[in-house]
Ligand binder design. Structure first.
Ligand code: ATP
Length: 235
């Protein structure tokens, strides 16, 4: 297992934003992390990526604890936060080189070329980030998440606000990345789950209310669409 989550909780004052969740994720699979607004998805992702410490519980990323091996965890994970912080005044290549340097990547300029190609940024590669459309900014976000070739990718609503063409390109890219990495993607778009996810976790009010393969979940709710299943589980 590359991700093992054990009784992970995060409380903000009296609110249990994440309430003792446990789950596992394995390589070569894309896990959809679904839930309504405020369910606790982003909070969980911030804990898994060691950007926020849990109130209690633990998670291991490829055997490394988020509590005791924060730096190793950050090296193992590529993270695309919900609102990717990008430096608008930097050129794409300059920004990716800057991120790559923080990981101490050898042969960095080749690696930057590779990821630019991989995420489809080639036509825009000479622009400043601030000049890019939302979809291309998202690609820069993905490029910075994969530059160190992480084993685990955690993507928080990676396709929000994209037009249908960009959406389809980014989904194809994520699906390809998922072939040899463990990918967790948060979304409320059921077509996205249909298109790219193998496994599904539904979280509601901080608790896991479903954890199954997509096909088993559909079998369980005979004939229901993913939208209907989502509504039943989260209402
Ligand atoms: N830093 C914080 N301080 C206080 N409350 C917080 C903080 N971060 C998140 N919360 C609360 O925790 C709950 C879960 O938030 P979270 O952002 O994890 O939800 P989400 O499932 O990602 O929602 P969305 O789909 O809207 O992005 C919300 O009620 C939110 O207001």
């Amino acid at each position: 297992m590359s991700i093992k989550v054990k009784n992970l909780s995060k409380h903000f004052g009296l609110q249990k934003a994440v309430d003792s969740i446990s789950f596992e994720a394995k390589p070569g699979k894309i896990l959809g992390f679904l839930g309504p607004n405020g369910a606790g998805k982003s909070t969980t992702m911030k804990m898994l990526t060691a950007y926020m410490s849990p109130t209690s519980g633990d998670a291991e990323i490829c055997g490394k604890s988020i509590l005791t091996a924060e730096i190793e965890v950050k090296r193992l994970i590529g993270y695309l936060p919900e609102n990717t912080p990008l430096y608008n005044d930097m050129y794409i290549r300059e920004f990716l080189s800057f991120v790559g340097e923080t990981y101490g990547i050898a042969n960095l300029s080749h690696r930057v070329d590779d990821v630019i190609k991989q995420v489809g940024l080639t036509p825009e590669q000479h622009k400043k980030i601030g000049m890019l459309s939302k979809g291309y900014k998202q690609r820069v976000g993905l490029a910075q998440a994969i530059i160190h070739d992480p084993k685990v990718l955690i993507l928080d609503e990676p396709t929000s606000g994209l037009d249908p063409n960009q959406l389809s390109d980014i989904r194809t890219l994520i699906k390809n990345l998922g072939k040899d990495k463990t990918v967790i993607i948060s979304t409320h778009i059921m077509q996205e789950v249909e298109a790219i996810c193998d496994e599904v976790i539904v979280i509601s009010k901080g608790k896991i209310v479903a954890n199954d393969t997509k096909s088993e979940l559909k079998n369980q709710y005979k004939g229901a669409s993913l939208e209907e299943i989502f509504r039943k589980l989260t209402n």
